[in-house]
Structure formats: structure tokens, C-alpha cells
Write a protein that binds this ligand. Structure first.
Ligand SMILES: [Zn+2]
Length: 332
């Protein structure tokens, strides 16, 4: 087993769940022999019990501490043990990685391995990444680092080169749909399409009741292009009554829509909006590829700052202006 592993792949495929399962297996003191020599964690030894309660002395889960979406809304998520929390949106700071040093260089509390999971690894700020690099350069025996990343290209190359990379692919759509349906998720097929085939993301959306708002936002995009003020007014009204759907989700929706417009123009394919093909074809006919690509790049930049816009109204109008400009660029 390599000392450092990188679980890389798109969001919503279960990379963190896999990392935690692997950690449990590395720490378990009584592997389930029924599964064969490479059995899974037993689920009931003291190590497994500690892990579930979130206070295993030989396990660390490093997550961004600030800007946790759920924390901002209700705060209830912070009362969960670290092992049950989901990554937040802020950076992973250097003191969080330095706190690992004690953990790494002091011996194991039990007999065996120590495991640190860092998720998402790309959230490490440069100082944190350099601090981790120092540890990865001389990893003590029995210590395993599992990095989880949906944006692994942003990791510094020296960290990537020290990790064994495991690439996660999208599961078979039918299998994913069946899994979601068995979990009681409604409109599984549609959710899967809109999340680009990521089942855990689809389950998250279902739990947050995001589908209806997302569809309304798409309907506004699919409408005959009007002026940016009218379009941003629609979005504004939508955001007010929306459940689990704020500005970041809106920008993401626009981004995926523009992505499909580009894909349609370039290859005739669609990734997210197969049900809207007719509308997309009409819009794409008038748009230029360069205009759409410029808009997509704008959206990438906007997405990075979307959490704290100074003025929501202006932000929405700017977003609508960029989108409508891309749509009409082909006519100019
Ligand atoms: Zn166990």
C-alpha cells in the first residue's frame, strides 16, 4: 500500500466515502475474514467503533474549516463528528497541516497504522501544500495519507508526483439510477443527467430539493433571449423562493448550460441537458463558438468569487449580460 494516495475524479462519485472506507480497513483490528484475505473493516472492533464516533486517535480528517455551506445556513452540521462532516468551501490552512506533524511523528496509539484523509486536497493554500510536501518527502512508517480531489490539476506537481493516483470514473448510468431509486430518490434519471452522472451529487440534490429550482433556472435560460434586466429579475425571484439553490448553484446551472451549447456546436453532443435539445439547438444556431467559450471562461472566474457578491442585483445582471452577449455574438 503506497504511503500517499490521491483519489481523483469529478465531484459526487464517492471519493471521500471510498477514502474513509479504505481508512477504516487500514485501521481495523479484526478484518472481516469472510471477505477473503483483503477483507473489509469489521465494523465492530474498538478501532471501527472509534472511527464511527469520530475520535479515533490514529485517524485525522482534514477538511476546510470555514465557509461551510451547511454551517452558514443552520450551523447544525458542525456538531457532527469529523468523520461525518462534509468538506466546506474555505481553504485548508497551514496550521491544520502542521497539526498533522504531531500526529505523524508521534507513534501510533494502538499497534498499527495511522491514516490522514485530506479533502478536498486542492483546498490547501500554498503554505499548507508546502507543509504537507515536507511530510510526504519523508513519510514515517505506518502512516498513510489519502488525498481526495475533484480538481487535482490545481495541486502542486510535487505533491501529485508523490501520490499514487486513483482515478474515479462515472458509473454506468443504469446502475447509478437503480442505486438512487433503491435509496428512494425520485426523478433519479433526470438528477443524474443534470449532475453529469454523479450519483452522490444527485442524492445530495434530491436531499436539498434542488431539482425544481434548477429546472426553473434552466427554463429561464431556454426562453427566447430577452434583455438582461428581465432575465436577472426572473433569477432574482427564483432565488428568493428557492430551496438549496443560491447564487453558486445558479452560476453552476448557467455554466453547465453554456457547456452544453459549446458541446452542441462542436460535436452535436450534450452532457447535461438531453431533454432540452430542441431549445439548445435554436439558441446555438445564433451563437458563436468563440462567444460561448469566452462566456464559459467568464463563468469559471465568476464561480470563484460568487460566495460573497457585493450587490446581488448587479451580479445577476452582469451574469445575464454575459450570457446573452454570447448568444447574440453569432449574429454580429
Ligand atoms: Zn474493525
Amino acid at each position: 500500500m503506497p504511503h500517499a494516495m490521491l483519489m481523483a475524479g469529478p465531484e459526487g462519485l464517492g471519493k471521500l466515502a471510498f477514502a474513509k472506507t479504505l481508512a477504516a480497513r487500514l485501521l481495523c483490528e479484526q478484518l472481516n475474514e469472510a471477505d477473503g484475505p483483503d477483507g473489509m473493516a469489521c465494523g465492530h472492533c474498538s478501532s471501527c467503533t472509534w472511527l464511527v464516533s469520530g475520535n479515533h486517535p490514529d485517524f485525522r480528517l482534514i477538511l476546510p474549516e470555514e465557509g461551510d455551506e451547511a454551517g452558514e445556513e443552520g450551523g447544525e452540521i458542525s456538531t457532527l463528528p469529523a468523520s461525518a462532516r462534509k468538506p466546506g468551501q474555505g481553504p485548508i490552512r497551514v496550521d491544520q497541516i502542521r497539526s498533522l506533524a504531531d500526529f505523524v511523528f508521534i507513534g501510533s496509539h494502538r499497534h498499527g497504522s495511522r491514516v490522514a484523509v485530506i479533502a478536498p486536497a486542492e483546498a490547501m493554500n500554498p503554505a499548507a501544500a508546502n507543509a504537507l510536501l515536507k511530510v510526504l518527502e519523508e513519510p514515517p512508517a505506518g502512516v498513510y495519507f489519502i488525498l481526495v480531489s475533484s480538481d487535482w490539476r490545481r495541486l502542486i506537481p510535487t505533491i501529485r508526483s508523490r501520490c499514487r493516483s486513483i482515478q474515479f470514473g462515472r458509473p454506468d448510468p443504469e446502475l447509478a439510477e437503480r442505486w438512487l431509486t433503491e435509496k428512494g430518490v425520485e426523478s433519479a434519471a433526470e438528477l443524474l443527467r443534470l449532475t453529469g452522472g454523479a450519483p452522490l451529487l444527485a442524492a445530495d440534490w434530491a436531499e436539498q430539493g434542488r431539482l425544481d429550482s434548477c429546472k426553473k433556472a434552466i427554463e429561464a435560460l431556454a426562453d427566447k433571449p430577452v434583455d438582461p434586466v428581465a432575465m436577472s429579475a426572473k433569477w432574482s425571484a427564483l432565488l428568493k423562493g428557492a430551496q438549496g439553490f443560491g447564487l453558486p448553484q445558479l452560476v453552476e446551472t448557467v455554466q453547465k448550460w453554456v457547456f452544453d451549447l459549446i458541446l452542441l456546436k462542436m460535436s452535436g453532443g450534450l452532457r447535461y441537458h438531453q431533454n432540452w435539445r430542441e431549445k439548445l439547438e435554436m439558441l446555438a444556431a445564433n451563437a458563436s463558438s468563440t462567444g460561448l467559450l469566452a462566456c464559459y471562461n467568464d463563468l469559471l472566474r465568476i464561480r470563484a468569487v460568487v460566495r460573497h457578491p457585493l450587490n446581488t442585483q448587479l451580479f445577476l445582471e452582469d451574469l445575464a449580460t454575459r450570457y446573452l452577449r454570447a448568444l447574440s455574438a453569432g449574429r454580429a
